[in-house]
Ligand binder design. Structure first.
Ligand SMILES: *Cc1c(COP(=O)(O)O)cnc(C)c1O
Length: 399
């Protein structure tokens, strides 16, 4: 009998799998089979690569942050996903899934979004590939994230403001799921991170592996060696898994995921899923989540909306348990400091999400002088300017 692989079961150790309503099982199986055939098809992969290059701006550069390196005592390199079209790594996944949906004969795309970044990436890909696009977004988020709502509409997407429950991401996910169950014959649901039922964690990782593949080649050709550390911020975990995948077989490269600690690890039980989460079955998968004794999932509150997800991609839970990757947490204040430091020292304004990884890299550089540290700069920070300014004033952060 043939050995079952992750491609068949979607399990990473005990995590992952498919814990979905019966009505979704056939469509998830259809998706799994279609994805498997697409990834093995050179024509599909060539199409993906061509769009990534000409429309998406890949490969993104590997940049030696010389000023920071001098100041902090280690060689710090940034993988510049902030330079990707759309300003973050999310474009890789959105394009991959919309291409796959087209190949499957689907005629409509839906997505859900919290801060709006994934909604914008999906709307961009749908405009490019002439697919009607509906994005579910909690009404509270619609009000908070007006510029992204405007972008999505400009790109031709319909934005549905969800009025149920707390009117945020959780409620948007419920409505998107309900839509999908009713419309899956014609519609593909683009999930934005390495979470959800199989095959999503495996498929989203596949489209983000391009980050790690490029970074590894660039390290060898530009530095002449592999890094000692590879760091990335972790929300659901897609930019981190994309970077880690390039180095997973290089045991000398330590993989570190950086989670949001909110106000601080001791006082805030809402951040850092991998540091403090317990096993949960939710959103179609078995993974770690932040929950109370009754299994109620907490609302998270990190300074960066893009890291505000109370669950974690199942593969990260597995990598943590196996010891192949380790996970740390950085507070809001420290992320805001790193946001300023990278801007001032290198002329690069990082996304607040990415600033968590930058912050930990600076700490690590001082602890391990002379080491080579690779950081995934997952996105650019122009979107965060107003938010950072008011945070600094409100919390009296010393920069
Ligand atoms: C959405 C986002 C993240 C978090 O998502 P992951 O799936 O954990 O990568 C990180 N950085 C940026 C810039 C983002 O937009």
């Amino acid at each position: 009998m043939q050995k079952l692989t992750n491609q068949d079961t979607g399990f990473f150790g005990e995590y992952g799998g498919t814990y979905s309503p019966e009505a979704l099982m056939p469509i998830l199986e259809e998706l799994r089979v279609a994805f498997r055939s697409a990834e093995a098809d050179p024509d599909f992969m060539r199409g993906f690569s061509d769009v990534m290059r000409d429309w998406g701006g890949r490969p993104t550069p590997l940049y030696h942050a010389e000023n920071l390196s001098r100041e902090y005592g280690a060689s710090i390199y940034l993988k510049r996903e902030d330079l990707m079209h759309g300003g973050a790594h999310k474009t890789n996944n959105a394009v991959g899934q919309v291409l796959l949906a087209k190949r499957m004969g689907k005629t409509r795309i839906i997505a859900e979004t919290g801060a709006g970044q994934h909604g914008v990436a999906t709307a961009m890909a749908c405009a490019k590939f002439n697919m009607p696009c509906t994005v579910y977004m909690g009404a509270v988020d619609v009000a908070r994230q007006a510029p992204n709502v405007e972008r999505m509409k400009l790109l031709g997407a319909e934005v549905v403001a969800v009025e149920s429950g707390g009117k945020t991401l959780k409620d948007a996910i419920n409505d998107a799921m309900r839509d999908w169950i009713a419309s899956c014959d014609t519609t593909h649901y683009v999930i934005g991170t390495v979470a959800g039922p199989h095959p999503f964690p495996t498929m989203v990782k596949f489209f983000q592996e391009i980050i790690g593949r490029e970074a590894r080649e660039q390290c060898l050709s530009q530095i002449g060696r592999l890094p000692d550390y590879a760091l990335a911020c972790v929300g659901g975990g897609s930019n981190a898994i994309g970077l880690f995948s390039g180095f997973i077989n290089d045991s000398s490269v330590k993989l570190i995921g950086v989670e949001p600690a909110g106000h601080g690890l001791e006082t805030d039980k809402h951040g850092a899923v991998l540091c403090k989460g317990t096993v949960a079955v939710l959103h179609g998968m078995k993974t770690l989540g932040l929950q109370d004794e009754d299994g109620q999932i907490f609302e998270t509150h990190s300074i960066s909306a893009g890291l505000d997800y109370p669950l974690i991609g199942p593969e990260h839970a597995y990598l943590r348990d196996s010891g192949r990757a380790s996970y740390v947490a950085v507070t809001d204040d420290d992320a805001v400091r790193a946001f300023h430091i990278l801007s001032k020292h290198e002329g690069i304004i990082p996304a607040l999400e990415s600033s968590h990884a930058i912050s930990y890299a600076l700490k690590l550089a001082q602890e391990k002088p002379g080491s080579t540290i690779l950081v995934n700069l997952s996105g650019r920070g122009d979107k965060d300017l107003a938010h950072v300014r008011s945070y600094v004033e409100e919390h009296n952060v010393t920069i």
